[in-house]
Structures are given as structure tokens and as C-alpha cells.
Design a protein around this ligand. Structure first.
Ligand code: PBG
Length: 316
């Protein structure tokens, strides 16, 4: 009966698996702060992506990890067709066609030697408008490589409009934009920085949102909708469920939320100590994010949750 009357239901199709692909490695490299998550080689990515699609998840979010020597101040390797992320997109689009939604992280922090999400000026501050020009190139390169969705995650003002115009001009009007709309300057990104080998010193508080603020998220949402975002995202998810609800109530487009690295890893860490039931905690966390209003959830546990969802539990 509990199953019959449940008000929130999860479906594998609404889960998106974030994946990391690294250049210059021969075997997949475990990310120690994210149990079960690896930096993939192109070969291991191909297998894992096929497995994820077979599990029924609705999409893949790809992050590229270049070789340290390929990083520069402007993050130029992100837009090169032979850059690791673009090579991975090309390969996966060829392999998988339209059987899943291929999403690309459209940001500079993985590619810059200073680790910021944008280019920095002489004073060391992120230069919003100079960054938009790089985002335009990144997005077009990712679309050309085969991304169905580009995902600007750098929180620059005007990033959605700039990317929409660039995609349209380059002949990719059908490529969609998943906007990181309300992205908070969070302590929970810690393990991700290991995952992408980020050299960031300092923090992102000049462009990401202050965890203390709610109305800022509404303003960012209205701007992104106005600029042409096709889907909007709140991130992190678990400490920001009120923001997810607020955005879901206001948005006339699909709302995604990202259960980020630290949120995933702290559940894994507590489980490793025997303090928490890993599977139950992950399932409950993702269910709560959907209950809060997200119709799409990015989670590192997407494939295992999809597998659990396919099993009907007669005990409810
Ligand atoms: C920026 C980006 C970040 C994450 C996704 N896109 C890092 C940041 O803003 O610091 C974090 C994802 C996670 O922590 O799981 N390219």
C-alpha cells in the first residue's frame, strides 16, 4: 500500500551520471575522495558509458581532465577538437548516437592553470566578459563534438545568452543549454577538486552564490530563463532543498539538481565506518531531491540507484 500511495517516484530516466575522462593515463585512476568514481581513460569511458545507458539512466554529464602541462591561463585546451573532453564527446556520440543525452560541462576550471572558472585579469580577479568569449568557443566546440546539451557551470553573468547566440550562429540551434542557475560557493565541492586535479587557490565567492542568500537564486533564475536556458539547475542539492523548491515553483522549464561530490562522499565515508546504510542513504537523498522539486538529478550513484529501481521490492 505504501508503494501505491507514494507521492514521489523515482525513474532511472531522470538520473544523470557525471563522468570524468582524463588525458595521458593508461588505466582508470580511482579518485580516492570519491569511492567508486574514477578518472576514465577513453576506453574505460566507452565501456562505463554503455553500461550506464543499459542501466536506464537518462543522461551522462562529461568532465574533461587534461594533462597538467596542457593547462594555461585561458583554458584553451577545452575548446580544441583534440582536447580530451571533445575527443570523449566525439567517441561517445558515435557509439551511443541518440540513445542517451550527452551533456558537457561548459566551464574553464578544469582547463585553466589557476583553477578559476573564468579568465583572470591583471589583479587576479575573474573577468566576467572576457570569460564569456571563451565560453562561446567552448560551447561550439562541444556541440561540434556531439554534445546534445552544454552546461555552463561558471556562474558568469550573461553566460546563457552568450552561449545561445554562439550556438545559433554556428548552426547548432538544436543543442540545448542546461544552465547552472543557482550554484553556491560550497565547501561540499572538495572531492571534485581532486577529481579534476584543480589547482585552485582561494575560492569562488566572487562569482558563485553566498550560501546565506535565497533571493539571489530567484534573480539568477529569471535571468537564465530570459536568456534562453532550456533547463535550470540548483547545486549543491542536499543543503539547498529550499532553493530547489523555490526554483521549481517559479521555473516553466525542467529543473535539475546536482548531488555533488562532497554530498556523495560523506555518505560513502559514513557507510565505510559502519555508521550509515550506504544504499538506503543514497536512495533517500535522491528521493528527497526529487520531492523538493527537481525532475532531473545528477548523482555519482546514478547507475546503482537505477539498478535498485528496476527491482520491485514487495515489502515496499
Ligand atoms: C565547475 C564545476 C564544479 C563542479 C561541477 N562543475 C566545481 C566547482 O564549481 O568548484 C562540482 C561537482 C561536484 O562537486 O561534484 N566546472
Amino acid at each position: 500500500m505504501r508503494r501505491l500511495v507514494a507521492q514521489t517516484r523515482l525513474d532511472p530516466a531522470q538520473l544523470v551520471l557525471p563522468m570524468f575522462v582524463a588525458d595521458g593515463i593508461d588505466v582508470p585512476r580511482p579518485i580516492t575522495s570519491m569511492p567508486g568514481v574514477v578518472n576514465h581513460t577513453l576506453d574505460s569511458l566507452r565501456l562505463a558509458a554503455a553500461e550506464a545507458v543499459a542501466s536506464g539512466v537518462g543522461g551522462l554529464m562529461l568532465f574533461g581532465v587534461p594533462r597538467p602541462e596542457d593547462k594555461d591561463a585561458d583554458g584553451t585546451c577545452g575548446a580544441r577538437p583534440d582536447g580530451i573532453l571533445n575527443r570523449a564527446l566525439t567517441m561517445l556520440r558515435e557509439d551511443l548516437g541518440d540513445s542517451t543525452v550527452l551533456m558537457a560541462d561548459t566551464c574553464l576550471d578544469e582547463f585553466t592553470d589557476h583553477g578559476h572558472c573564468g579568465v583572470v585579469d591583471a589583479a587576479g580577479r575573474v573577468d566576467n566578459d572576457a570569460t564569456l568569449a571563451r565560453y562561446r568557443e567552448l560551447a561550439v566546440a562541444q556541440a561540434r563534438a556531439g554534445a546534445h546539451v552544454v552546461s555552463p557551470s561558471g556562474m558568469m553573468d550573461g553566460q546563457v545568452a552568450a552561449i545561445r547566440a554562439a550556438l545559433d550562429e554556428a548552426g547548432f540551434p538544436e543543442v540545448a543549454i542546461l544552465a547552472y542557475t543557482a550554484k553556491y560557493a560550497s565547501a561540499f565541492y572538495g572531492p571534485f577538486r581532486e577529481a579534476v586535479g584543480s589547482s585552485l587557490e582561494g575560492d569562488r565567492r566572487t562569482y558563485q552564490q553566498d550560501p546565506a542568500n535565497r533571493t539571489e537564486a530567484v534573480r539568477e533564475l529569471l535571468a537564465d530563463l530570459d536568456e534562453g536556458a532550456d533547463m535550470v539547475m540548483v547545486k549543491p542539492a542536499m543543503s539547498y532543498l529550499d532553493i530547489v523548491r523555490e526554483v521549481a515553483d517559479l521555473a516553466d522549464r525542467p529543473v535539475a539538481a546536482y548531488q555533488i561530490s562532497g554530498e556523495y562522499s560523506m555518505i560513502c565515508a559514513a557507510a565505510e565506518r559502519g555508521w550509515i546504510d550506504r544504499d538506503a542513504a543514497l536512495d533517500e537523498a535522491v528521493l528527497s531531491i526529487v520531492r523538493a522539486g527537481a525532475s532531473i538529478v545528477l548523482t555519482y550513484a546514478a547507475v546503482e540507484i537505477a539498478a535498485r529501481l528496476r527491482r520491485v521490492d514487495p515489502a515496499g
